[in-house]
Design a protein around this ligand. Structure first.
Ligand code: PLP
Length: 488
């Protein structure tokens, strides 16, 4: 096919990429498509209304032999892909931790895809490297973290925490990088301490790092689901008596089930007494510290060794972008830097190269979208949105509190409400609440998720989407009450 035919039909030319006329035409069409998507998103079911395998059954088993037209691809996106989406950008998405993208973040992703930089060395992407350093220092200031905390971007909190624990392990000076852990009778059992409400990513990190599940000790929590500092101190003392090597405490600021906040200020002296690394998993709640009146959630964190926060959770930055702040970048570098001859550069001693600080070589230009989000909304704009989410959660919690049919099951420090239906004289409350949740979710008009607290099936309402307003919170409250009436 010649170039002019390709231009008319939207097919790929014989060689090279899409021609520039098509690129403009489809570029505009895709941006219009996204604008229309956001305009009509409330008409779409939040939870994909399909059965497992439905999409696969509609897709060809074999790859296309010849290029297909962009128009056809877009048509299939509408007909096949969109119905198979769960719409995280829907304002009535209240499940898990509600999160959302935003226009400046989308544009940042678009540009990053165009630049397609692999930010492994400073010279392969000076812009990415330096913008990352500056943007993360801005975020550090917004959150009120200590200037000694240096930021680095990874994809997810799971990966950020894994790197933090690897740096902590490097700090125990047991030559683990050089000699590994297996087959070493000289090595004591290394232990990491978390609360029983810590995210599963910490356990996965411990497994990944070869510490084994018995290398993780789960500490009980108090009635508000916060790590019990006394129980932590006792556990460490006991393990030391048994000859173990306690080396890392992971505190959570904003646990996944309830958003409870471990008493970090009480954990700091325990860590210091035993020369242990204190890592803070603030993946969800850390963003709230940009709101001046919520800064107290990071009390004690100024003395932590590392902290993870996910702008892709509550800072309106498209997935993925997680930030690890670390006070000991030298240890992180010692754990991961390996520079073969083909990556050696004349400036390497003077600059930061991202690949020295993790298992990945190539890294995406993620800082661009965060920089654009922070500039477009500004500190005040970001704080205002998070403050509003917290207000909406408190409002919802007040309705629950005032109703005889419902009860709150955990404190609401931020924008997550844990609650359940508890109508008088009803037997199996777990079954009732599960039915209510599935009932609401199957309407397609809102999405909730659940957890288990004190052995009670607990519904979770998380407010975190940039489009969510009071109207949506009122709607889901009505839906919940309708479901309660129909299933009780
Ligand atoms: N830590 C906490 C407290 C979380 O709530 C989550 C996810 O919700 C994670 C870590 C894992 O986040 P990611 O998906 O970025 O790995």
């Amino acid at each position: 096919m010649n170039q002019s035919k390709a231009a008319k039909t939207g097919f790929a030319p014989d060689f090279g990429d899409m021609n520039k006329e098509d690129f403009r035409r489809f570029g505009h069409e895709f941006v219009d498509w996204i604008a229309n998507y956001f305009e009509r998103i409330e008409e779409l079911p939040v939870l994909a209304a399909i059965e497992p395998g439905d999409l696969k059954a509609q897709l060809p088993e074999a790859p296309p032999q010849h290029g297909e037209s962009m128009d056809q691809i877009l048509a299939d996106m509408n007909q096949l892909i969109v119905p198979a989406l769960t719409h995280w950008s829907h304002p009535s998405f209240f499940a898990y931790f509600a999160t959302s993208t935003s226009a400046p973040g989308i544009f940042g992703e678009l540009l990053a895809a165009a630049f397609d930089n692999k930010a492994m060395l400073w010279r392969t992407s000076p812009a990415s490297t330096e913008l990352e350093e500056v943007t993360l220092d801005w975020l550090r200031q917004m959150m009120g973290l200590d200037p000694g905390m240096i930021g680095i971007i990874y994809d997810t909190a799971s990966v950020s925490s894994m790197h933090a624990i690897a740096a902590a392990r490097e700090g125990v000076e047991q030559r683990i990088r050089e000699e590994g852990m297996s087959g070493r009778p000289d090595l004591p059992l290394l232990r990491v301490y978390v609360s029983e409400h810590a995210h599963s990513s910490i356990e996965k990190a411990v497994i990944t790092l070869g510490l084994g599940q018995r290398g993780l000790r789960k500490i009980p929590t108090d009635k508000d689901f916060r790590m019990n500092a006394k129980a932590l101190a006792d556990a460490i003392a006991e393990d030391k008596r048994d000859g173990y090597l306690p080396f890392c405490i992971v505190a959570t600021v904003g646990t996944t089930s309830t958003s409870s906040i471990d008493p970090v200020a009480e954990l700091v002296p325990i860590g210091e007494e035993h020369a242990m690394w204190l890592h803070v998993d603030a993946a969800y709640a850390g963003s709230a510290a940009v709101v001046p009146e919520f800064r107290h959630i990071l009390d004690g964190c100024r003395r932590a060794d590392s902290l993870v926060v996910n702008p892709h959770k509550w800072l309106f930055t498209p997935f993925d972008l997680s930030v690890l702040y670390c006070r000991h970048m030298d240890l992180l570098r010692r754990a991961f830097s390996l520079v073969p001859e083909y990556l050696r550069t004349p400036e390497q001693e003077k600059v930061r190269s991202g690949s020295d600080y993790g298992i990945q070589l190539g890294r995406r230009f993620r800082a661009l979208k965060l920089w654009m989000v922070m500039r477009y909304f500004g500190h005040e704009g970001l704080a205002a949105r998070i403050r509003e989410h917290c207000r909406l959660a408190r409002l919802f919690a007040s309705w629950v509190d005032e109703s005889d049919d419902w009860e709150i099951l955990a404190p609401v420090p931020l924008a997550l409400v844990c609650f359940r239906a508890r109508p008088k004289n009803h037997g199996d409350l777990d079954a009732l609440n599960e039915a209510i949740m599935h009932g609401v979710n199957s309407t397609g008009r809102a999405l909730l998720s659940h957890t288990r607290l004190n052995d009670k099936l607990t519904l979770r309402l998380s407010v975190g989407n940039i489009r969510t307003s009071e109207k949506h919170v009122r709607q889901v409250w009505e839906l919940l009450n309708q479901q309660l009436q129909s299933v009780k």
